[in-house]
Write a protein that binds this ligand. Sequence first.
Ligand code: BF8
Length: 637
Amino acid sequence: MCELDRVRLALMNPALIEQKKEERTFDEAAKPFVELTMREGIETVWDRFEMQQPPCRHCESGLSCSRCAMGPCRIIPPNRVRGVCGADADLIVSRNLLDTLATGAAAHSDHGREIVETLYGIGMGTVTDYVIADPGKMRRLAEEYGLSTAGMDDTRIAAELGRAMLEEYGSIKDSLQIAMRAPEATLEVWEKAGIAPRGIDRDVVDAMHRVHMGVGADYGNILTHGLRASLSDGWGGSSIATEISDVLFGTPEPNESLVNLGVVRESHVNISLHGHNPLLSEMVVKASKDPEILALVKKVGAAGINLVGLCCTGNELLMRKGIPNAGNHFNQELVITTGALEAMVVDYQCIFPSLPRTASCYHTHVITTSPKSKIPGSYYFEFEPEDAYATAKAIVKMAVENFTNRNPARVFIPVEPVRVTTGFSVEAITGALGGTLKPLIDQIASGNIRGAAGIVGCNNPKVKHDYGHVTLTKELIKRDILCVETGCAAIASGKAGLLQPEAASLAGPGLRPVCESLGIPPVLHMGSCVDCSRILHLAAALGNALNVGIHRLPLAGAAPEWYSQKAVSIGAYFVASGVYTVLGVMPKITGSPPVVSLLTEGLKGMVHASFAVEPDPLKAADLISDHIERKRTELGI
Ligand code: BF8
């Protein structure tokens, strides 16, 4: 049942709606939908955020602990300065942060595991619905893993490479193969700091062990392990997710598509593909072309099937298949309010648990598919790679049949989509430069390009939707800093028109001609959030070309609107890899000045990089360009 929040609705008047619409989102195409939700009383993330204010200030500063049954405890000086167990503020804050980080690392890496299990299944003959889309890349990876591929067919390589990668998750090995791509100097930094990544699962389990009560009381030691666990994510689980998704579904190449809520088409059966893991969505793409399905589409009177992506599953499809993308994290509820969405198909991560509630205001079916991610109020189709096509076809069929339940009077799509160029894998960037990164290095050395910034992460109601991403990105390209983006940051740039070659006109006098001569945008979309690993691989290739550690390069990272545990892990592996990273939202650490100081200053002594927190994207741009100029001076360029 669609439950309208009548109390809140009563407070809404046209002037207030107008004001809130502008406060809530910077995404022009989202504004009419945000307005609609307020007029009709359809609850959104922004309403729930308001209802949660003010937040508990102890929780906000990381000073609450409910880790064991002696608590819950909160640190409230002067009297309550230790939890029941004796943990002080520094320990409570650091343990909470390690817990958050390990959750994020686990989510990325478990996603990577499911991808590589599918590769292994292909090799073993148990998975038959998928093919190897990029056998050349699979062979290169197999050789990187020390397998001799001469005389081996693709199936055998899939099995051997799959097994070798699955072993990266265990605890027998004590190093990660893809991490060996890092420059020698970066590997030495990790060794010296004791944070060289080991088994992917092992480092997460080690983290969970450390957050148990009574295991450690040294906040620095706890956070140091956080760096190691994050490296196991970035150079391990996320790298595996990226590389094997390329093997199974194709390595992205530049392609054109469309983004924003205007990609929903009134004449078509619309299916949104939301979440992170491309295994199901790739199969839905295939199933949507099945002759039986197409016959059904005709029968229900639709003009066709329109697949649209959301969040990172959407990024995977956009990068490889050019499937239009309806938007980022805060567009997920709004796409339902088009009234023309027959099904919202989800895998896992970043899916609002309340989506079935939103959908109940319309005819939309929310369809869950992962045993790890069941949501009350949704239809559940258990998805396994072994019978992927049949499941995908059943899902598409349900969506098509739902077309007849659509209420034409409620269809509302008053916006036009924006053109984007995406698909910038490391291979595609290198290819566009003529097969080597040297032209990019030359442009950086000459100063036409001052450096590069990786802008990543989410939406968070603490920041106006997309404002942080778009403002920071625009400001950096204006200063001749090339932006490489993933996740919801990249989609924000796409919606703002920054992923078009024409956006070069917004770049500074050095970057602009470089982009124009190559016909590329000044903001390169490198993929989903696990594809932040592509940013690491690009940084590693640049470091190796110059024979320096990543920390010496004129690079920076930013997460202007981050919210998720995964983003904490990404930020930590950027910093641990030597990339100065600016966060737009303060983590829950202010209850411990020593923890704040370690993360913003102390880490420089360990990994030659640190975090900064700056909510104002214009000031964040200053921090990033100052850092890049400092690195240029140190390099003597
Ligand atoms: O993994 S950027 S809101 S969708 S966590 Fe989620 Fe954040 Fe978006 Fe992609 Ni990443």
